[in-house]
Design a binder for this molecule. Structure first.
Ligand code: GCO
Ligand code: MN
Ligand code: MN
Length: 391
């Protein structure tokens, strides 16, 4: 058996990524000032490389100040690229900041002001150009300001139509430039807006089918965003996988019913995190394992790197638990028995008129089906024992 220190050591092949804005979070909140100094992007790249990450993702403004001159922009990009090539770190995903600027107070793609909608598309195209320069292949759209506090402000159908207009335009830009980005919509129910358009994975998946280029667009679900709304995140991710639309994922920790906490992955509900890792691994998900989270505000910089290392280590520990679960003979025997009981596990036949006629007159033993127990208490206890380290 490999030493514990090696088994849980993150390496680039695990495809762990962090946003510049995550480890770079300075701990500002609605009630308090920043508690940590900003970290230079090149320094973040170096530190994350040392910890075993694969890459780093960014918003345009995480790297380049909004008012930078062209010369300044070029210098920053040159230095950042030098840090990437010195460390072997990648930038697999890029995105646009469409939320900080006061111009976006009523939304970006869905603002009632046509100038702002135009500016949001312009800013996104420029940021897509930057992402390509850095090697990104996934482009995320988190519509944090796309929404309302009151439905008096706009008919939600209008908001959705503007959103579609922007996405269609940007898909065409993606094609015209030959960028080949995969676009990933990131749903969130609320915060910072009272209510955000496309609040869940399901809303986003349905919206995608209405676009001109639905194949280009998938989702970037986040643990915290579904959990805030009291939803089972693994079910949403499963639906995205089923639709072939899991283009990216934001991992973190969250208690239900609260503001967006973005805590360290696995720190709030290890069981839910376990089933998420199991789902991703069983499904053969090959995309990035991106941590969209940050250190507690109580931490200093040392705590930030503890947070980053801990996020990856927890994923790898859960991966090990998944292997144990999948190899556990009692668990697997129970799962097989449950599925094979009575009728076996043959797939249901495809419809035919004769099969339907026969089925309608068949006598099914519902009496014994009504009386049976499924043994899930034992199965869940076994799962917990794997998780708690006694199995
Ligand atoms: C949030 C979001 C953002 C996005 C990020 C990249 O609730 O703040 O999760 O962190 O993921 O803007 O798109
Ligand atoms: Mn979040
Ligand atoms: Mn996110």
């Amino acid at each position: 058996m490999t030493a514990d220190s090696d088994r849980f050591l993150p390496r680039p092949e695990h495809r762990f990524t962090f946003g510049l804005w995550t480890v770079g979070n300075i701990g500002r909140d609605p009630f308090g000032e920043p508690v940590r100094a900003p970290l230079a992007p090149t320094y973040i790249v170096e530190k994350l490389a040392t910890l075993g990450a694969y890459g780093v993702n960014l918003h345009d403004e995480d790297l380049i100040p909004r008012d930078a001159s062209t010369a300044e922009r070029d210098r920053i990009v040159r230095e950042f690229k030098a840090a990437l090539s010195a460390t072997g770190m990648k930038v697999p995903m890029a995105t646009t900041n469409l939320f900080t600027d006061p111009a976006f107070r009523d939304g970006a793609f869905t603002s009632n002001d046509a100038r702002v909608r135009k500016y949001a598309i312009q800013k996104t195209m420029r940021s897509m150009d930057l992402g390509i320069e850095l090697g990104a292949s996934t482009y995320v759209f988190w519509g944090g300001r796309e929404g309302v506090e009151t439905n008096a402000a706009k008919d939600p159908r209008t908001g959705i139509a503007w959103y579609r207009e922007a996405m269609n335009y940007l898909c065409e830009y993606n094609i015209a430039q030959g960028y080949n980005y995969k676009f990933a919509l990131e749903p969130k129910p609320n915060e910072p807006r009272g209510d955000i358009f496309l609040p869940t994975i399901g809303h986003a998946l349905a919206f995608i089918t209405t676009l001109d280029h639905p194949d280009m667009v998938g989702v970037n679900p986040e643990v915290a965003h579904d959990t805030m709304a009291g939803l089972d995140f693994a079910h949403g991710v499963a639906q995205a996988l089923d639709a072939g639309k899991l283009f990216h994922i934001d991992l973190n920790g969250q208690k239900p019913g609260r503001y967006d906490q973005d805590h360290r992955f696995g720190s709030e509900d290890p069981k839910q995190a376990f089933f998420l890792v199991k789902l991703l691994e069983d499904a053969g998900y090959t995309g990035m394992r991106h941590f969209d989270s940050h250190a507690y505000r109580a931490e200093d910089e040392a705590g930030v790197w503890e947070f980053a290392a801990g996020s990856m280590r927890t994923y790898l520990i859960l991966l090990d638990k998944v292997a144990r679960y999948n190899a556990d003979t009692e668990i697997q025997q129970r799962l097989a028995d449950i599925r094979a009981r009575a009728e076996g596990s043959e797939p249901f036949p495809r419809f035919s008129a004769s099969h339907a006629a026969a089925l309608k007159s068949e006598t099914i033993d519902v009496v014994s089906a009504r009386a049976q127990g499924f043994g899930y208490e034992r199965l869940d206890q076994l799962t917990m024992e794997v998780l708690l380290g006694v199995r």
